[in-house]
Design a protein around this ligand. Structure first.
Ligand SMILES: *[C@@H]1O[C@H](CO)[C@@H](O)[C@H](O)[C@H]1NC(C)=O
Ligand SMILES: *[C@@H]1O[C@H](CO)[C@@H](O)[C@H](O)[C@H]1NC(C)=O
Ligand SMILES: *[C@@H]1O[C@H](CO)[C@@H](O)[C@H](O)[C@H]1NC(C)=O
Ligand SMILES: [Zn+2]
Length: 486
């Protein structure tokens, strides 16, 4: 009985999802050429000149040309009204001086949990590095204006939950200085793997605590913080145990180099850097820091975070902002889109009742665990393309399963159906009705089968078994972005 059910579940999963997948696969492949470096040099320079003549009419003008904290709040709320169908505006807490830390979420179902990866951008971690907060408003407005007419905007809005916190340090911004109102560097205020800095969470700054609580609530697959003062994409580790300045790679060093390269190579000239080969750097190889946000994200929040230095000049003339946006636009978009254009994704289910399992996924040879979501059992594992990987799913109380895949240019989708360690008897029928997984269509289909007459049921199983067999044969080795079930 259990075997039959597993078969049924496998087939119904494949059948009910294949439609969806083909639609998404099509979109992905048509967009695959979308990794584009924005414009050419001459194009960008012209934009700069064009903009100077128009800067009077820019919505972001204040006396210095940068948005004040209240201008920023207004710009965020205006955006929320202008694009209310794809945005949600919320605050994750307040700064020392009581300024709300506003976040813009962009998605076709903002505020709803879906089996999709989430990405976060954080700007203005350092008060005197304000370019990031302006760039995030450009990005949010661009997505608002270009969804659904631009395919890259559509890909992001429909397949990812993008959260943007333009300013983590509004007090430092008003004070025109790096640190927050308590004179603490927020990028040194997180728990550290080597040196226990501020282990007492209550002693931590409200801005850092807000980030930590935010990450307990939302599962982010990847993220980036925006800084200024250099032009480079920086990746973990940021610190070394012996405090020396040395390359110190984390278990996902290859993945991080790949992500950082997406940013630098999509940028106008970041990859042309003479100081940093390819425009990327390991944090500890540049200069080690402790208590940083980046390493903490990877270790404690399952989130692959980059630290992006987006302009040599920390506080360039406001008239240059539109140009800096042009330079960074494709980088910012491509980094977010990489969450669904690459990597291994899927869901983990129980073979007993089809319930999604919050299991974990590991890759052979990489000492790092990615956890699946509680509600949908969905996981999103970023990896370097054009490699073979052995993917393993596990869950306490269930037998682990693994499969070997060839990850091509595009994403791969691998679902796991895990068997319990101890066979469960008689629980099958009952549990189907308890299952609160999202795949309503699949459940209805299963319920329909159970309700039908035995003969009809047997015939259907045979047909499904055959279809399933054929599908698996056809899929064979050509993974691409197609979904397979394991
Ligand atoms: C990519 O860039 C080229 C020129 O640099 C342009 O013609 C083309 O339209 C761009 N493609 C996309 C998808 O932006
Ligand atoms: C990138 O372009 C900007 C603006 O033209 C220039 O100031 C900067 O030096 C360039 N950086 C590199 C690494 O080429
Ligand atoms: C894997 O990483 C953990 C820390 O996350 C460490 O304690 C453990 O020793 C590592 N295992 C191997 C085999 O390197
Ligand atoms: Zn900084």
């Amino acid at each position: 009985m259990e075997l039959l059910f597993s078969l049924l579940l496998l087939c119904s999963t494949i059948l009910s999802l294949s439609h969806h997948c083909i639609a998404r696969g099509g979109l992905w492949s048509s967009l695959h050429s979308g990794l584009n470096t924005s414009g050419g040099a001459s194009h960008a320079r012209h934009l700069f000149e064009d903009h100077e003549s128009q800067s009077q009419t820019s919505a972001f003008d204040s006396s210095r040309g940068y948005m004040t904290n209240s201008d920023l709040e207004m710009a965020i709320k205006d955006l929320g009204r202008r694009c209310s169908n794809i945005t949600r505006i919320y605050s994750i807490g307040k700064s020392v001086n009581g300024v709300p830390l506003w976040v813009i979420e962009i998605s076709d179902n903002p505020g709803e949990e879906e089996a999709e990866p989430a990405f976060k951008y954080i700007g203005n971690v350092h008060g005197d590095e304000p370019v990031g907060r302006e760039l995030l408003m450009f990005l949010a407005n661009w997505l608002c204006d270009n969804y659904p007419k631009d395919p890259l905007a559509t890909l992001i809005v429909e397949n990812i939950h993008l959260h943007m916190l333009p300013s983590l340090n509004p007090d430092g911004f008003s004070l025109r200085r790096r640190n927050n109102a308590n004179d603490i560097d927020l990028n040194r205020d997180f728990p550290d793997q080597f040196f226990p800095i501020n282990e007492n969470e209550d002693a931590r700054q409200p801005e850092a605590r807000a980030i930590m609580n935010w990450l307990r609530e939302i599962k982010f697959t990847a993220s980036a913080t925006l800084h200024g003062g250099a032009l480079v994409a920086n990746y973990p580790w940021d610190g070394t145990q012996d405090k020396r300045t040395n390359y110190y790679g984390c278990p996902d060093d290859d993945t991080f180099r790949f992500m950082a390269s997406i940013y630098s190579h999509s940028h106008y000239n970041m990859s042309a850097s003479t100081e940093f080969p390819e425009g990327i750097t390991n944090g500890a190889a540049w200069y080690p820091i402790y208590g940083g946000m980046q390493d903490w994200n990877y270790i404690h929040a399952g989130c692959f975070e980059l630290t992006l230095e987006v302009s040599d000049n920390k506080w360039p003339k406001a008239a240059e902002l539109p140009v800096i946006w042009k330079y960074n636009k494709m980088s910012m978009l491509n980094l977010v889109a990489s969450l669904v254009k690459t990597g291994v994704h899927g869901r983990i289910f129980s073979s007993v009742d089809g319930r999604p399992l919050p299991g974990s996924v590991t890759i052979k040879g990489i000492n790092y665990t990615v956890r699946a979501g509680k509600r949908f059992g969905n996981y999103h594992r970023l990896l370097v393309p054009r490699e073979r990987y052995e993917v393993m799913a596990s869950m306490p109380g269930y037998k682990s399963k693994n499969t070997s895949i060839w990850l091509d240019e595009g994403p791969a989708t691998v679902d796991f159906i895990l068997d319990p360690e101890v066979a469960v008897k008689g629980a099958v029928l009952q549990n189907i009705y308890d299952c609160n997984c999202s795949n309503k269509c699949k459940l209805d289909f299963v319920e329909f089968l159970w309700g039908a007459h035995l003969e009809v049921y047997l015939v259907l199983i045979l047909i499904l078994g055959f279809l399933c067999f054929v599908q698996r044969r056809i899929r064979g080795n050509s993974m691409g972005s197609k979904r397979i079930a394991v």
